[in-house]
Write a protein that binds this ligand. Structure first.
Ligand SMILES: NC(=O)c1ccc[n+]([C@@H]2O[C@H](COP(=O)([O-])OP(=O)(O)OC[C@H]3O[C@@H](n4cnc5c(N)ncnc54)[C@H](O)[C@@H]3O)[C@@H](O)[C@H]2O)c1
Length: 460
């Protein structure tokens, strides 16, 4: 490892030579869902990479050659190739940062109980960087933050801690907001264009040269950090708003007797319609948080309206209650009491085919079911025989069905796509099905004798 390469001071040729001869050292701070694949990509390109994390169990697991992201295809192979060769993990930020040319931050940026963005991990690491950075190194923030946070908060805390280094003079700093989708990170790292913004054009150029060496995706230079972060938020808020629109239509169409899926599939034949699907709510570490980051930005700028985003949040957060209303309606049709019934929740991940329950609407649905004094059962292929939301999850789908009076499809995992209504009818105690993802054929459900409610589907 080349120490003190002073990466920000190299001329173009020296920088390219250093990258191509794998003589720059990388440190990725925060090696979770996004940071670990990022670190593995750096290592796989030949650059010596250390992943730093405050979670000692994660670090120990990684250094014991156990790959923690089983639902992230492709990275298991890269992990086996680079672990303990070009890559290892550490909890010791004090040892790693001073020996790194490039410090990539992939730290969590969640929100608190009042939906206010929580940047404490970035600010705490920022303070440490002020003490640990070597002169002329480069800091790249991949975490999602609201526009202006880097310029107004992070740079400030780095500059005012420890060595009193000055951004743009003593160290480079820029952003490359991460836009990958869990479950398909490798594909997205290869194909999804990435935005690069920084404190000055030279820093943009250095980041682009390094990232070009590591990632095949196109890189788009941005005029500054805040514009790059604004693009990242805009794409996700756009989705949140469009999902809210479709969710409202879904509720309307249920009353009119129109199938939302038929409408959406036909609507997408129009060249400028972008399809979004209705569902039980919008979860995950990105969409809900990003909308609140945009709302927070507006509030801090004294522009406390942003009505479309606030309304979208309100609609999407009301969807679990609508799912419960569909269940109530189905129990009424079956002339069964909801209280003391066994309700099976199928899928608790916030999106299909990933093991992730951050801000999942399933949690709200389960809370509401408990409040209604039903006995909640959970089956999710990614969470078998474990304790989630204070409940022991089921290990076998058929056994779970046999115990159930009703089921609610919350997550459209692949395993649920071929659920046959006749099979459900034959296994369940009472065959009540609420399908919040419209993955069951409604006519077959009716013909099989299920009491079926589809979100966005009128009764037939
Ligand atoms: N997961 C996604 O779908 C996704 C997609 C795009 C962007 N992002 C953004 O990427 C960033 C990281 O998200 P993630 O999903 O990888 O989070 P994560 O929670 O999976 O990983 C974050 C890691 O940081 C570690 N950490 C926390 N505080 C630390 C500290 N002070 N020092 C060192 N390590 C620390 C945690 O232990 C954890 O391993 C967030 O800003 C998120 O918004 C996430």
């Amino acid at each position: 490892m080349e120490q003190n390469s002073k990466i920000m001071k190299l001329n173009e040729n020296s920088l390219i030579n250093l990258i191509q001869s794998s003589k720059i050292s990388i440190c990725v701070i925060g090696i979770g869902r996004i940071g670990l694949p990022t670190a593995l990509s750096f290592a796989n390109s030949g650059l010596s990479t250390i992943g730093v994390d405050i979670n000692p169990k994660l670090v120990e697991m990684i250094n014991s050659k156990i790959f923690p992201l089983k639902d992230e295809p492709g990275y298991d192979v890269i992990f086996d190739k680079v672990i303990n060769q070009k890559f290892h993990a550490s909890t010791k930020i004090h040892d790693v940062v001073p020996n790194s040319d490039v410090i990539v931050l992939s730290l969590p940026t969640p929100m608190d109980d009042n939906n206010i963005p929580d940047y404490s991990a970035l600010l705490s690491v920022g303070k440490q960087l002020g003490e640990l950075l070597t002169k002329d190194s480069l800091v790249i923030i991949e975490s999602t933050v609201e526009p202006g946070f880097i310029e107004n908060d992070l740079i400030n805390i780095i500059e005012n801690s420890g060595k009193k280094l000055v951004a743009g003079k003593d160290f480079g700093i820029g952003v490359c907001p991460e836009t990958a989708n869990p479950g398909q990170i490798m594909n997205d790292f290869e194909k999804l264009p990435r935005l690069v913004g920084a404190i000055d054009d030279h820093t943009v150029d250095v980041i682009m040269k390094i990232y070009k060496h590591v990632f095949t995706a196109d890189l788009i230079p941005m005029p500054n950090c805040k514009t790059a972060n604004a693009v990242k938020l805009t794409t996700n808020v756009f989705r949140d708003i469009n999902i809210a629109f479709v969710n409202e239509l879904a509720i309307l169409f249920e009353k009119v007797g129109i199938d939302i899926m038929t409408v959406l599939e036909a609507a997408k034949s129009k060249y400028n319609f972008q399809i979004h699907y209705a569902g039980p709510g919008v979860g995950g570490p990105c969409l809900p948080v990003n909308s609140y980051q945009m709302i927070n930005l507006a509030k801090n700028m004294g522009f406390d309206t942003l009505k479309s985003v606030k309304t979208a949040r309100m609609i999407n957060e009301s969807m679990p209650e609508h799912v419960i209303n569909l269940l109530r309606d189905a129990f009424d049709e079956a002339a069964k009491p909801l209280e003391n019934s066994n309700v099976l929740v199928l899928g608790i991940s916030y999106k299909p085919d990933v093991k992730d329950i951050q801000i999942t609407p399933a949690e709200t649905i389960i809370e509401k079911l408990k409040f209604l004094k039903t006995n909640v059962l959970i089956y999710d292929p990614y969470f078998k025989s474990t304790n989630v939301f204070n409940l022991q999850t089921e290990s076998n789908l058929i056994e779970a069905l046999q115990k159930s009076d009703a089921l609610i499809i919350v997550t459209a995992h692949k395993e649920f796509h071929n659920l046959d209504p006749i099979f459900l009818k034959s296994k369940m105690k009472t065959a009540i099905v609420v399908d919040s993802k419209c993955i069951i054929n409604q006519q077959t459900a009716k013909n099989s004798g299920l009491v079926y409610r589809g979100l966005g589907r009128g009764k037939i």
